[in-house]
Write a protein that binds this ligand. Structure first.
Ligand code: ADP
Length: 166
């Protein structure tokens, strides 16, 4: 399926509160599978409470990418069901990352629900790359509250998190 501009697009939805190197890795690898990658950040939030606003998360996500990558990456803030939003923008599928068995259980159910809601929509999973499996937004926030950590988030993001605690 192609969108209005005729490109093959994947939607990578998530909380990204904040975006980590694990997220960027999935996004960069996903970019190789499509013509345009749309990072989807839900505007209303779910049952979770977030440290950063949707706009702050968008700016943090985009700050990592080069101008060349940004030609093919866009961040959308959206409302409503992800499966319906994917249909609206003409996405070929959803992109999600897998780290652990727990991710698999959750993602498997979520993919089935999304397929039920939009039968045209496939979910593409990319396994985490070596050394990134233990990185999650919530653990990064827990640690940065007390000390610096290397190799998990960009310096830009680390400074934004630390500023929330100061
Ligand atoms: P959500 O709250 O929607 O699960 P997250 O921001 O936690 O959003 O994650 C978005 C997606 O990125 C999920 O598919 C998640 O499994 C994946 N992901 C998060 N961290 C990593 C990582 N370190 N390696 C690979 N995938 C990851």
């Amino acid at each position: 399926m192609k969108n209005d501009q005729g490109s093959k697009i994947l939607l990578y939805p998530g909380s990204f509160d904040p975006p980590t190197f694990g997220h960027y890795n999935i996004a960069e690898r996903g970019l190789k599978l499509c013509e345009q990658l749309i990072i989807g950040i839900h505007k209303e939030g779910s049952t979770k409470s977030y440290m950063f606003s949707a706009e702050e998360r968008r700016d943090m996500f985009l700050s990592y990418f080069s101008d060349a990558q940004r030609q093919r990456i866009r961040v959308d803030l959206y409302e409503g069901l992800t499966a319906e939003y994917a249909g609206k923008i003409g996405a070929l599928g959803l992109l999600r990352g897998l780290r652990t068995n727990a991710d698999f259980e959750f993602e498997f159910q979520m993919a089935a629900m999304n397929k039920h809601l939009n039968s045209e929509l496939e979910t593409v999973f990319i396994r985490t790359d070596g050394g990134l499996a233990h990185i999650s937004s919530s653990l990064v926030k827990d640690v940065l509250r007390y000390r610096d950590i290397e190799g998990m988030v960009s310096e830009f993001v680390a400074n934004k998190v630390k500023a929330k605690f100061s």
